[in-house]
Design a protein around this ligand. Structure first.
Ligand SMILES: Cc1cc2nc3c(=O)[nH]c(=O)nc-3n(C[C@H](O)[C@H](O)[C@H](O)COP(=O)(O)OP(=O)(O)OC[C@H]3O[C@@H](n4cnc5c(N)ncnc54)[C@H](O)[C@@H]3O)c2cc1C
Length: 489
């Protein structure tokens, strides 16, 4: 059984099925295979509706304000696609549904520099990762880089060209990064010969065309084996050793308004936790505390980080427009990791109007790590992250943007995250850790204390990857499942 259908879960399911194992995937979100009343499966970013948020009655947009106006609005409570999960000091954005984060993310498929990977996961053989598993992951995900010639002339990447000009004038390297979006489709969107998706501002709440989410890649191949069953709208609540061997997995069947309509128990020989860094950590700390899996290691719940995410915008001069038409798919970044501890994604602001704004999501070297614990009285998992812990991320991002502002004679936008607030320091898109490789598990994701229980998602990575994380999550899953199939099955 695989709990969750994101990157780690999809890799596990495909490789197990190819090895002849029957796999049952359980996913708490929806299947996302049926169009809504407007004929589209996914809602647009500028017009969120019931499909957009996981069980909220009001949207919680990462950019909460624009030109002084709040952007959030009421929506019907529904098992929508984007979860803005709130903990004490941070809102953690995650995808919900068959495909996990691949449904909502920007598709930036970035392989970290080898020396940075080695610093993050020193017990993993980097030679194997860069020789075998990163290439395997990138091929499986369909990662590719924008055609540089087309990029120079495409209206929809004017914002990225402005970002490049400003980066270079301040002496920063500007790097193209691969993405899983179908670049030929994007060209046709720009040429007006295909229905617009990236160019219609689709991101965050799903892409109706063009983006190769896991449903188009790993999960499609997994289903084609005939050995994989996917059960959506079921949330796993417990895993415990079964009397006759294996594990009893308990799950709630959810209605689309989030109510539990049935509870089921199934038995599985082996269980893979792939519910994402937050989902896996929450489940495991609960199961250790309530005695269902009391032998889990004390490291379970620890080592959680936000990949150093922090957002900001810059206000450009009127002679430096970033374009009314912006592709929602980012394609490049500013690499100041070695000098300043920041890699800044040049991000779109696809509002449909000229904003004269440059917008960035920075991934920074933030040393703070939080821990999940189970609060039995409240019946929920808690995370002890503090908002003030974002200061090192802000300082790192400033090594890039203070310099660019000084050079360009520009200022930070103060209207995107609330009144007079420069930094988007309240959120992360990249939760990592909570069941760290080599600490809560052995060096291949086998949970300490139990045979046949594995972690195979972003929970294994200790809080940071130096770049956007899903390629590393996928590559590590490829490495671990190969070993597990060879030795445990
Ligand atoms: C808005 C946004 C943009 C992003 N952009 C990028 C990007 O451009 N590049 C990049 O590399 N990364 C990006 N990310 C991050 C990336 O999507 C995640 O790192 C990745 O999805 C994590 O993979 P995973 O396998 O750990 O878990 P997930 O992909 O999170 O999958 C976990 C799945 O488990 C399900 N689940 C959770 N709990 C349970 C339970 N109890 N029972 C059953 N199912 C459960 C969830 O619903 C989910 O579908 C972005 C994320 C967001 C939110």
């Amino acid at each position: 059984m695989v709990i969750g259908t994101g990157y780690g879960g999809s890799v596990a399911a495909l490789r197990l099925a190819e090895a002849g194992v029957d796999v049952h995937m359980v996913e708490m979100g929806m299947a996302w295979d049926t169009p809504g009343p407007d004929g589209k499966i996914f809602a647009n970013t500028t017009t969120p509706d019931a499909r957009s948020y996981w069980l909220r009655t009001r949207t919680k947009q990462p950019l909460s304000n624009f030109l002084g106006f709040p952007l959030d609005k009421d929506v019907p409570r529904h098992t929508g696609i984007l979860d803005a999960e709130e903990f004490g000091g941070i809102t953690v954005y995650q995808g919900r549904g068959v495909g996990g984060g691949s449904l909502v993310n920007g598709g930036m498929a970035v392989t970290p520099r080898r020396e940075n990977f080695a610093a993050v996961l020193p017990t993993v053989d980097a030679g194997e990762m860069y020789g075998t598993y990163y290439p395997r992951a990138n091929a499986g995900l369909g990662a590719a880089t924008v055609d540089p010639e087309w990029f120079e002339t495409a209206d929809c990447y004017q914002y990225a060209r402005v970002g490049r000009r400003h980066a270079r004038r301040s002496g920063f390297p500007f790097v193209f990064v691969p993405d899983v979006y179908d670049w030929d489709y994007m060209k046709r969107e720009q040429a007006g010969t295909a229905t617009r998706s990236a160019l219609a501002g689709e991101i965050l709440y799903g892409n109706n065309h063009g983006k190769k989410s896991l449903q188009q890649t790993y999960l499609a191949r997994a289903k084609a084996t005939g050995r994989v069953t996917i059960t959506p709208l079921h949330r796993v609540t417990s895993v415990a050793p079964a009397a006759g061997g294996g594990y009893t997995v308990t799950m709630d069947r959810l209605s689309t308004s989030g109510d539990t309509v049935a509870t089921k128990e199934l038995t599985a020989d082996k269980v893979f936790f792939a519910a994402g860094s937050v989902g896996t950590s929450k489940l495991l700390v609960k199961l250790r505390a309530n005695g269902a899996l009391s032998r889990l290691d004390g490291e379970v719940g620890a080592g959680w980080g936000d990949n150093g995410n922090v957002m900001c915008g810059r206000a450009n001069h009127l002679w430096d427009p970033t374009g009314a038409l912006q592709s929602a798919i980012p394609t490049a970044g500013i690499d100041n990791w070695a000098q300043g501890g920041a890699f800044a994604e040049v991000a779109p602001l696809p509002t449909g109007i000229e904003t004269y704004a440059s917008f960035y999501l920075s991934i920074t070297k933030n040393p703070h790590r939080a821990r999940f614990t189970w609060n039995a009285a409240a019946g929920r998992a808690e995370l002890n992250w503090r908002t003030a812990w974002k200061q090192p991320s802000i300082d790192a991002a400033k090594t890039i943007f203070d310099k660019i502002n000084a050079k360009e004679g520009t200022i930070y936008r103060t209207d995107l995250f609330g009144a007079y607030k420069i930094w988007g320091d309240h959120l992360t898109y990249h939760p990592l850790g909570g069941a760290v490789l080599g600490r809560a598990t052995d060096n291949y994701g086998r949970l300490k204390g139990y045979t046949g229980l594995y972690v195979i998602d972003g929970a294994l990575i200790p809080g940071n990857t130096s770049v956007n994380p899903f390629v590393t999550i996928t590559a590590l899953a490829e490495r671990n499942i190969e070993k597990i199939i060879d030795t445990d099955l």
